[in-house]
Design a protein around this ligand. Structure first.
Ligand code: ZN
Ligand code: ZN
Length: 154
């Protein structure tokens, strides 16, 4: 389980480093949706919700705004040298970011508290028993985001 911070991380080439000063007890989640598979080029994305006022970046980032089918957009923030994506942000949720949790130095401590979009999960991925899963994702994000803070109770 991830501690409350500070947590350090960075891109693959080392030009971008960052610190999450406090996590607020947030734990990572995995999303197995098709978009996350495409964006990550992998089977799932492991993300951590962060508060941008607790997030300190050292180094330059390049931004790419990607429109979503629902009309909103997400901005991806990546290292310009090695193109590792560090986090994303959206005008629809000001002040918060979604960290690509695999960029944390302590990525061996990542254990998703919730798995979203298991209906799209690759068949060879086996989830641990007892973990919370959603076939898609709840309409109300507060429902599953609430599950990411086990210390705070439900
Ligand atoms: Zn880099
Ligand atoms: Zn997803």
């Amino acid at each position: 389980m991830l501690g409350n911070g500070p947590l350090e991380g960075g891109c693959a080439c080392g030009k971008v480093r960052y610190v999450v000063r406090r996590t607020g007890g947030m734990q990572p989640y995995a999303c197995h949706c098709r978009d996350c598979q495409t964006r990550s080029g992998s089977a799932a994305m492991v993300n951590l919700h962060i508060s941008l006022d607790q997030f300190e970046i050292r180094g330059e980032l390049i931004d790419a705004e990607v429109a979503k089918p629902n009309g909103s957009s997400v901005t991806q923030h990546a290292c310009p040298a090695c193109l590792t994506r560090i986090y994303s942000s959206s005008k629809s949720r000001p002040g918060t970011g979604i960290l690509r949790a695999g960029t944390l130095d302590a990525s061996d401590l990542l254990e998703p508290a919730v798995h979203l979009w298991t209906s799209r999960k690759q068949p060879w991925v086996t989830l641990p028993e007892g973990v919370r899963t959603f076939e898609t994702q709840p309409d109300n994000p507060l429902e599953w985001i609430g599950l990411l803070r086990p210390e705070a109770g439900s």
